[in-house]
Structure formats: C-alpha cells, structure tokens
Design a protein around this ligand. Structure first.
Ligand SMILES: Nc1ncnc2c1ncn2[C@@H]1O[C@H](COP(=O)(O)OP(=O)(O)O)[C@@H](O)[C@H]1O
Ligand SMILES: [Mg+2]
Length: 254
C-alpha cells in the first residue's frame, strides 16, 4: 500500500466518424439525426466538421457545421467544431490551396481532443468520401486513423450503391479501421409503378451478405428534410435505424 490516491484516466467518449460513399449521400442528415437521438437519451453531444468547403457569409443555406450544431445543440466555438472552412465550392485540398492555407491534421486532432474532454459523445463528419485529400500527404482515411474512431459509412441504396459501399469498405479494411455500421439512405421518394422495391431489397440483401457488418436502413425518404431540416432531422432521429445506430455506438464505447 503506497497510500497514494488512485486516479484512473478519464473514460474516452463515445464517438464515431461518419463518412460516405460520396458527397451528397446523407452524411450530415444522419449525423444530425444521431445527435438528436443521443441527446434524447440524455447525452451531451459534441460535433465536428473538420474541413468544410463551399461555406461562408453570403453563400446560400446553412453550412454542414451549422446543421450539425443545430442537431447536437452543441455550443462549442467554431474553431474547434470546424477548424478549416473555405468559401470555394471545391474539394478540400483544392479549396485550401486556392486560399493559401495548409491544413494541419495535428490541429484537427487537437481540436477533437478538446471537444472529447468536454462531451461524453462526439460525432465527426468527414468531407466527401474516404480518399478525399486534405493535405499533400493525408486524406480523410488518414485523419480517421489519427482520431482512432470507428466509422459509420453512409451510402446510397439506389442502383450502384453496392459497388460504392464495397469499395469504401475495402479501403477501410486495408487499414484495419473498424466499421460500426453501413447506413443505407434514400434520397428520392418511391416511384409508383416501378420495381424499385425489389432493387432496394436486393441491394440491402447483397450488402448484408457481403460485408459482415450491420447494415442499417434503408432510412426513409422524408419530405420534411427538404422543407424544414430541423423538423426532418427530428423525425429521422426517431427512425428505428437511427435508434439502432445509437445502440451500436453505446456498445462500441471503449
Ligand atoms: N432520407 C432523406 N430524405 C430526404 N432528403 C434527404 C434524405 N437524406 C438526405 N437528404 C437530402 O439530400 C441532400 C444531401 O444530404 P446531406 O446530408 O447534406 O449529404 P452529405 O452530408 O453526404 O453531403 C440534402 O439536401 C438532404 O436534405
Ligand atoms: Mg455533409
């Protein structure tokens, strides 16, 4: 017995990195809905959009960082929540070069650690897909490795979704990055008198069969998301798919 007080290190937060098979697949909507769901379960949620392009004063619509902040009701300052923000609607490295800025992955990791010390749950949204370059050396996948977060992959359930999802899963496995779930998202309403239901079901089945990780969805297409995003995100947060994602996140906590 030394008589010294025992101090255990603080428990790391629940967290995940939300990436997509592409841009525009629903990463922000899914991340915001997951944040609302976790808050309903009593957790305070930190969110991050480390690099965002096509955002800034005078540009139409709220930025991803603003949409995530609204979902999570996260009051963190913007320089932690979204350290690199560029007006040019270009890929991150192109936008950074145009602005004469060199993105530092170290700075992003430091911002993440400060958020992680403050919130018991952290959700980080990537930019575009997994191999999008952020610096001359590092891409989104390198950033995920540095943050040591499990991944939630959002993909399309329309035709083409199987190949896109499997390519991204292969790229994650090549680095041994844990994949928490594949979330399939709908971005168009059902077309009446089409065989879309068969296509959707077969996409889900093939992906379940092939990838060995939980496949969530297809999440429903919600008109409310286009009309009033806050209400749409709230509605989506009650979908069984988002609830299942929140359960997985809880279980994966280190
Ligand atoms: N399930 C859905 N139902 C209706 N609209 C959706 C759905 N998912 C995404 N959208 C819409 O698709 C667009 C792209 O979604 P977003 O979350 O911004 O994609 P990403 O973050 O991957 O670029 C947004 O306008 C969003 O409102
Ligand atoms: Mg987004």
């Amino acid at each position: 017995m030394t008589g010294l007080p025992s101090s255990s290190p603080p428990r790391p937060p629940r967290g995940c990195f939300v990436t997509g098979t592409d841009t525009g697949v629903g990463k922000t909507v899914v991340t915001a809905a997951l944040a609302v769901c976790l808050r309903r379960r009593g957790l305070s949620v930190g969110v991050m959009k480390p690099v965002e392009t096509g955002c800034g004063a005078g540009l139409p619509g709220p930025s991803d960082a603003d949409r995530l902040r609204a979902g999570a009701a996260c009051d963190a300052p913007m320089d932690l929540l979204s350290p690199y923000r560029f007006a040019a609607p270009l890929a991150p490295l192109a936008a950074a070069r145009q602005a004469g800025v060199v993105v530092s992955v170290d700075r992003i990791v430091q911002a993440y650690r400060r958020l992680a010390a403050r919130y018991p749950a952290i959700l980080v949204e990537g930019a575009g897909g997994l191999l999008v370059p952020l610096t001359d050396r590092d891409d989104v996948r390198d950033l995920i490795e540095r943050l040591a977060l499990p991944v939630v992959l959002v993909g399309r359930c329309a035709l083409g979704g199987v190949n896109h999802a499997l390519l991204t899963i292969e790229a994650l496995r090549a680095r041994g990055i844990p994949l928490l779930a594949l979330v399939l998202n709908r971005q168009a309403p059902y077309r009446a008198a089409s065989d879309e239901a068969v296509q959707l079901a077969s996409t889900v089945e093939l992906l379940k069969e092939r990838n060995g990780v939980p496949v969530i969805g297809p999440l429903p297409y919600l008109d409310s998301l286009a009309v009033m995003e806050r209400e749409g995100v709230s509605e989506l947060s009650r979908d069984p798919g988002i609830e299942a994602l929140a359960d997985l996140l809880n279980r994966a906590r280190p």
